[in-house]
Write a protein that binds this ligand. Structure first.
Ligand code: IMP
Ligand code: MG
Length: 175
C-alpha cells in the first residue's frame, strides 16, 4: 500500500512569495543596471520561483536551465554532483545568477559554483527561494534569499517529496 504523508499547514503563502519576488527582482534590476543577466534555473524545483522573479526584472534577461542530482550518501560529503542536463549556451563573459529552490547542506550549489566558474562568467551570484541554514555541511551563502526556513522537510511551490507536491501554490512541510 502507498505510504501516506500529511502535508502540514501553510508556512509561506503565494502572496508572500510574490511580494518577495518583487523585492528581489527589483534589487537584481538595480544591481545589474545597464547589463544583461542570465538566470540559470535548477530543474525542476526552481521553475515556479524563477518565473516569479523574472517578471520583476526590468533589465535584459535571458534564461537557461540545468538539472543536477547529488550522488548517494556515501559520496555526498565529497561534494560531487551529477549533471543531468547541462546549459544550452556558453556563459563565458556573462553575468550569471543561479536560481535554486532551497539550500540545505549547501553541497549542490557549492559544487555548481566551482563548475560554472571554470567556464569564465563575468560574475556569478545565487538566488534561492528558501534557505535552511541549520542544514549546512559546507560553507555557502546565497546573494538573494527569499525566506529562511527551519529544519523541516519542505514541499510545495516547486519543492517535492518523491516528485509530489510541486504544484501546491504555497510552501508547506511534511509532518
Ligand atoms: P543541498 O545540496 O543539500 O543544499 O540540497 C539542495 C537540494 O536538495 C535542493 O535543490 C532540493 O532539491 C533538495 N532539498 C533540500 N531540502 C529539501 C526540502 O526540505 N524539501 C525538498 N527538497 C529539498
Ligand atoms: Mg533541487
Amino acid at each position: 500500500m502507498e505510504e501516506k504523508h500529511v502535508v502540514g499547514q501553510v508556512m509561506i503563502t503565494q502572496e508572500e512569495i510574490f511580494s518577495r519576488a518583487k523585492e528581489i527582482g527589483t534589487q537584481i534590476s538595480k544591481d545589474y543596471a545597464g547589463e544583461t543577466v542570465l538566470l540559470i534555473g535548477i530543474l525542476k524545483g526552481a521553475v515556479l520561483w524563477l518565473a516569479d522573479v523574472i517578471k520583476n526584472i526590468t533589465i535584459d534577461t535571458e534564461i537557461d536551465f540545468m538539472a543536477v542530482s547529488s550522488y548517494g550518501e556515501a559520496t555526498k560529503s565529497s561534494g560531487v554532483v551529477r549533471i543531468l542536463k547541462d546549459l544550452d549556451r556558453s556563459i563565458e563573459d556573462r553575468h550569471v545568477i543561479v536560481v535554486e529552490d532551497i539550500i540545505d547542506s549547501g553541497i549542490t550549489l557549492n559544487y555548481l559554483r566551482g563548475y560554472l566558474k571554470a567556464r569564465g562568467p563575468k560574475s556569478i551570484k545565487f538566488c534561492t527561494l528558501l534557505d535552511k541554514p541549520t542544514g549546512r555541511r559546507t560553507e555557502f551563502k546565497a546573494d538573494y534569499v527569499g525566506f529562511e526556513v527551519e529544519d523541516k522537510f519542505i514541499v510545495g511551490y516547486g519543492l517535492d517529496y518523491d516528485q509530489r507536491y510541486r504544484n501546491l501554490p504555497y510552501i508547506s512541510f511534511l509532518d
